[in-house]
Design a protein around this ligand. Structure first.
Ligand code: ADP
Ligand code: ZN
Length: 720
């Protein structure tokens, strides 16, 4: 009899044994439907013997009910899933779910029905109908499948179709994607670029594991260069994955890709409709989608013939997933290349210290592009000492910066003011009694969003209308906004330059690829004079007429004592500076700070990145911090503060004594309360070579936590 172990998508259960009925082919990797109690559930046939657990007696085995008509998950992908699960101490099934990506792309149906507004209004309007039509408006004419609409029931939709307000649209899930053409629009590469691209193309041809740090200054043509590696992969019939840190960056990427390859790549991100996801998943798993561009979640998709991964802006902390499986997409990408034998290109103007260290010890190769394309100069950076050159009371822009913006306006060029804070003000308080508006669910202030007329928590999404009076003392007109967010800076700029065209760019305003495209078009048409934006505008964009960058508050990122605070601030300011002067006009950058002699600011102004990196690397080495040592966080949370603390203390007391490892805490986690749960953290600090995962696995074991307590492990954490 043929028995197999099936890993179910349901995380609560381990792999289970099933019988393969006679005449059924269910090779490893097959996506199957199996019985579980009274239900039928989806799972994947795993390799035999790999998974733990007692085999069930043969006569008790239940049969596999069916095999989906979809390619089996490749062996290499199953190994990657196992590695990720072991390294990040996450359940196998949770990682597997990322591969199947909550689509049912494997289910075999050919078309699905979506609904479009037909423009007509139903004679009888009900609240439900109104809500449904509103939802349709929100998704550019096409609403999702019925199951996706949430509160709106099938009956309401059918009623609207009958009334002529909606029309059904059949969407084919098998419609092919166009094939990128490697010879569509080849670039004229400069000498240095040519060398770099030859090296990358060779690595693609070699089909060996090769992590490569593509270290090129902003505007040096990293994208042009790695496009040639993609072209090579296409010629060889191998798939490519390009990982971007934010979906807002997809739009400019698609445009450039189309210019080079004649059509768009397949995109993969959280904003896709279900039908788009399924179609993409299917084309990817069949090896028909040759180039995919996506956010980190696209890393676990079942590409059958992947030959290249590019991680663009590879230093970005957005590649670290903080919820669910807490993995780092950059590191998992390297592991995927290792298992499947292909090169991984980590492109950045400011590589992470971890990556630089891998080059240093000879594990990664380095390819550099030290100059901007077309002879463009890197911008001049200068610090503005806010003590010497203070902004007028109640404002945030120093006179020097204001003058620079005026000069830029006079030359009909564009300026960018960067402040990494959404909303109008980060804190609202009552002048009379000192009451501060805090989120009821999180250790965080409620942030005022004047454009949306509300206060919002940036961690849990809790919102409240702007209060008319203080809830504590009842005083009216006593509430004041403290500190600036981008909206407030935009107000200041509007008051200073009433005739300038100003755009605010944050995740609140650029929440979809379409919005991002609109922003790009307006910039290119010079329909914007001054951009006020968060880190969303610091990367990827190329606006030749943007010549001035002002960093409103360079000190912001340096506060808080985070392990990566200095590095991140340095990278962020380098990135945003990189937006200035990319065309034939030179760029200028002003950095507002209270600490002009801070090593980060000095390095930026002197342009001496190397000594900054060296000093920072030495400091890490001295502290045994990554990449020289490692951390793992164990977060214990509960709605009951005492319970969280007690459990954390108990776990802490049972910490094993291991040479080269220290357990710090418990102490309140970086967000001591999040979404109504109190969080305590134990921080494991260990030698680099120590197998922390094994230690933690043995330590936490298969214990049952008190009811209401959750324990989650974060290996190589990014939040401190
Ligand atoms: P980076 O990603 O390194 O900041 P980009 O790849 O965005 O640099 O290149 C900067 C700009 O220069 C882009 O507009 C790009 O199209 C242009 N560019 C770079 N190399 C070339 C080339 N060889 N031929 C034409 N344009 C180029
Ligand atoms: Zn909150």
């Amino acid at each position: 009899m043929n028995r197999v172990r099936v890993l179910l998508l349901n995380a609560a259960l381990g792999p289970l044994d099933y019988r393969v009925p006679d005449g059924m082919a269910a090779p490893p990797g097959s996506i199957v439907k199996v019985p579980l109690g009274p239900r039928q559930v989806t799972g994947v046939v795993w390799d035999e013997g790999r998974l733990e657990g007692e085999p069930v007696a043969a006569h008790k085995l239940r049969p596999i009910l069916g095999v989906y008509d979809s390619p089996p998950l490749p062996e290499t992908l199953r190994r990657l899933i196992e590695w990720t699960s072991e390294y990040y101490l996450a359940p196998l099934a949770s990682v597997l779910r990322m591969s199947l990506a909550s689509t049912s792309g494997y289910s075999g149906e050919k078309t699905i029905t979506e609904y479009r507004a037909s423009g007509g209004m139903p004679e009888r309007m009900t609240a439900k109908r109104e809500q449904a039509l509103e939802l349709i408006g929100d998704s550019q004419g096409l609403i999702r499948e019925l199951s996706e609409i949430g509160e709106v029931s099938d009956a309401v939709i059918r009623g609207l179709v009958k009334a002529g307000a909606l029309e059904p649209v059949n969407v084919s899930l098998d419609a092919p994607f166009p094939l990128p053409d490697s010879d569509f629009g080849p670039p004229d590469l400069e000498e240095g670029q040519k060398q770099a691209s030859d090296q990358l193309s060779k690595a693609v041809r070699d089909r060996e594991f090769a992590p490569i740090m593509l270290n090129g200054v902003t505007g040096s043509g990293k994208t042009e260069v790695y496009f040639e590696a993609i072209a090579e992969a296409l010629r060889m019939g191998r798939q490519t994955l390009v990982l971007l840190p934010e979906i807002a960056l997809t739009e400019p990427f698609l445009t450039r890709f189309t210019a080079r390859f004649g059509c768009e790549p397949v995109s993969w991100h959280s904003g896709l409709r279900q039908s788009e996801r399924r179609r993409a998943w299917r084309a990817i798993s069949k090896g028909e989608a040759m180039v995919t561009v996506g956010a980190r979640s696209s890393l676990f998709l079942p590409y059958p013939k992947l030959g290249l991964i590019i991680v663009d802006e590879a230093h970005e902390s957005a590649f670290k997933q903080e919820e669910g499986v807490k993995y780092h997409a950059r590191d998992v990408a390297v592991m995927r290349g290792n298992i499947e034998k292909f090169p991984i290109i980590l492109a950045s103007a400011t590589p992470a210290i971890e990556t630089r260290q891998m080059v240093e010890i000879g594990r990664y190769e380095e390819i550099t592009l030290p100059r901007r394309f077309g002879g463009a100069e890197l911008p001049d950076l200068a610090a503005i000492d806010l003590l010497q050159d203070p902004p007028p009371r109640g404002s945030w822009l120093a006179p020097t910066l204001v003058r620079a913006v005026q000069e830029t306006l006079d030359r009909k060029e564009q300026s960018l003011l960067f402040l990494n804070r959404r909303g109008y003000a980060p804190l609202t308080l009552c002048r009379t009694c000192g009451h501060r508006f805090q989120c009821p669910n999180c250790t965080a202030w409620m942030v005022e969003h004047r454009l949306l007329a509300r206060l919002a928590c940036h961690h849990c999404g809790h919102v409240m209308p702007p209060p008319a009076e203080c809830p504590e003392c009842g005083a009216e007109d006593s509430l004041v906004a403290c500190g600036p967010g981008v909206e407030r800076i935009a107000d200041e700029v509007t008051a200073l330059f009433p005739n300038a065209k100003i755009a605010i760019v944050t995740s609140d305003t650029l929440w979809s690829p379409a919005k991002a495209a609109e922003f790009v078009h307006r910039m290119e048409a010079n329909d914007i004079d001054i951009v006020v934006g968060t880190q969303l505008v610091t990367k990827g964009y190329h606006f030749p007429n943007l010549t001035l960058v002002g960093v409103v508050d360079a000190d912001l990122g340096l506060q808080g004592g985070d392990l990566r605070a200095a590095e991140r601030t340095f990278q962020q300011i380098m990135q945003v500076s990189g937006r200035a002067g990319r065309g034939d006009k030179p760029g200028r950058v002003f950095i507002q700070t209270h600490e002009p002699d801070h090593p980060v600011i000095e390095a930026l102004v002197s342009g001496d990145a190397e000594s900054f990196y060296e000093a920072e690397t030495e400091a890490r080495r001295f502290a045994g911090a990554p990449p020289f040592g490692r951390y793992a966080g164990i977060v214990i949370s509960s709605e009951d503060e005492k319970q969280a603390f007690e459990t954390a203390r108990t776990i802490g007391q049972t910490a094993p004594k291991v040479e080269g490892m220290m357990v710090l805490g418990p102490a309140p986690a970086p967000l001591a309360m999040l979404r109504g749960r109190h969080r305590q953290r134990l921080l494991v600090h260990a030698r680099r070579a120590l197998d922390v995962q094994s230690v933690i696995r043995d330590w936490l074991g298969e214990r049952d936590w008190p009811k209401g307590v959750r324990v989650s492990v974060d290996v190589d954490p990014y939040s401190f």
